[in-house]
Design a binder for this molecule. Structure first.
Ligand SMILES: O=C(CO)[C@@H](O)[C@H](O)COP(=O)(O)O
Ligand SMILES: [Fe+2]
Length: 217
């Protein structure tokens, strides 16, 4: 199976968001990656429910929603109604992660768990079979355009081993500092999906950049 590409609209042109959504619709991208930040879990505030509802009217591909908010269980139903297909919460933001994942799945969404760079893979040992997708953060969450943290490659390898041994079909997605070079290393390490923001939207030809990422093997 080819690598899944999920362009992050955090680096899109918000004055021309419709054009950037059309570009992703026409491109070889698989999902739309939507970063929600609350200014508490991360030191930045992005966009929220009303913007995602509008994006959902135009996007023709699944919405991959990355919640960087405290107590994300408060908003699961609202993100479902806004159009989320995959809803990813941070392990560090959940006291009752198992209950939160069950709640996400009860709405028919795929349930994702994101790990900050300092959070070890072994924290997932007892819950991996309940997770549809693990999002490895390869930068500290909060901002686009940061440099890739190299130790993330080893985390992907450890996670791949855990998934294989558990017999689960959990997908591995990686987010932060992804370009064709880091993307190549991530695919070789076992990543199934790559998020890319600044590398796509700051490039002269975003559709071509998405195609180049999609061809990584
Ligand atoms: O979740 C986040 C940042 O917290 C990301 O999804 C960024 O949007 C990725 O941006 P680049 O590192 O690809 O520029
Ligand atoms: Fe993200």
């Amino acid at each position: 199976m080819s690598v899944i590409i999920s362009p992050s609209l955090l680096s899109a042109d918000f004055l021309n968001l419709g054009q950037d959504i059309d570009m992703v619709n026409k491109s070889k991208a698989d999902w739309f990656h939507l970063d929600v930040m609350d200014g508490v879990f991360v030191p930045n505030i992005s966009y929220g429910l009303p913007v995602i509802s509008q994006i959902n009217k135009k996007a023709t591909k699944p919405l991959d929603v990355h919640l960087m908010i405290v107590q994300p269980e408060r908003y699961i139903e609202q993100f479902f109604k806004a159009g989320a297909d995959i809803l990813t919460v941070h392990l560090e933001a959940c006291t009752h992660l198992h209950r939160t994942l069950q709640c996400i799945k009860s709405f028919g969404m795929k349930a994702g768990v994101a790990l900050n760079p300092h959070t070890a893979i072994h924290n997932l040992d007892d819950i991996i079979t309940d997770i549809d997708l693990v999002l490895i953060m390869s930068v500290n969450p909060g901002f686009g355009g940061q440099s890739f943290i190299e130790t993330s490659l080893n985390k992907v390898k450890k996670l791949k081993k855990l998934i294989r041994e558990s017999g689960s079909e959990t997908l591995i997605e990686v987010d932060g500092g992804v370009n064709t070079e880091t993307g190549q290393a991530l695919v070789e390490a076992g990543a199934d999906a790559l998020v890319a923001g600044s590398f796509v939207f700051n490039s002269p030809d975003p559709q071509e950049t998405i195609r180049a990422l999609k061809e990584l093997k």
